[in-house]
Write a protein that binds this ligand. Structure first.
Ligand code: IMP
Ligand code: MG
Length: 182
């Protein structure tokens, strides 16, 4: 076990089997659409790579890089550091996110992308912490709801570490400021 990890919350097998189901559902819903699968980096990189391989209909990938200043509990403004390369007009966008927390990141992205006149915008998030929501955002496709705990692994980081873990885990309270602040 990595140093700092407290316990495994969702195993690699559970994650892979849920991602398979999401891929099946999305393939059925987006067959015949002119659509774009949009990964929100860096967190969604691992999920997007696995999800894309479970999609069985033609799909194009693109990426947005966003950053959020501030701390976990006092997030500042969201900024797009790298915009989409593809044209968006009249296309169906499916935004892929690692976790929806307070919802500000996705709320900002949806409102910003709407200005480019896509045909539709939907959200696929691997994890969701509904108790922490402050912005009006809902996942159209969701992997797993989570309790209000700080978690790492499968794309999610603590100070840029742990993204490569193949499972979702909690951190030892002593090694994470989020748990100390609560
Ligand atoms: P929000 O919905 O605007 O609060 O932002 C969601 C983003 O916060 C995610 O894409 C993650 O990068 C980050 N985040 C939220 N909760 C966690 C967590 O438990 N661990 C690691 N990153 C998190
Ligand atoms: Mg993220």
């Amino acid at each position: 076990m990595y140093s700092g990890i407290e316990s495994v919350l969702i195993s690699a097998e559970q994650l892979q089997s849920r991602i398979k189901e999401l891929g099946r559902q999305i393939s059925a819903d987006y067959a015949d659409k002119n659509w774009l699968l949009v990964g929100i980096l860096r967190g969604a990189a691992i999920f997007l790579a696995d999800l894309a391989r479970e999609i069985t209909v033609p799909v194009q990938l693109d990426f947005l890089v966003v950053t959020r200043y501030g701390t976990h509990d006092q997030p500042g403004e969201v900024k797009i550091i790298k915009d989409l390369d593809s044209s968006v007009k009249n296309r169906d966008l499916l935004l892929v996110e690692d976790v929806i927390d307070n919802g500000n990141t996705l709320h900002f992205l949806v409102e910003t992308l709407k200005l480019k006149n896509p045909r539709s915008i939907k959200i696929c998030s691997l994890f969701d912490k509904p108790e922490r929501r402050t912005a009006p955002v809902k996942a159209d496709y969701l992997g797993f709801p989570l309790p209000d705990r700080f978690v790492v692994g499968f794309g999610l980081d603590y100070k840029q570490k742990f993204r490569n873990l193949p499972y979702l885990a909690t951190l030892n309270p002593g090694s994470c400021t989020y748990e100390k602040e609560k």
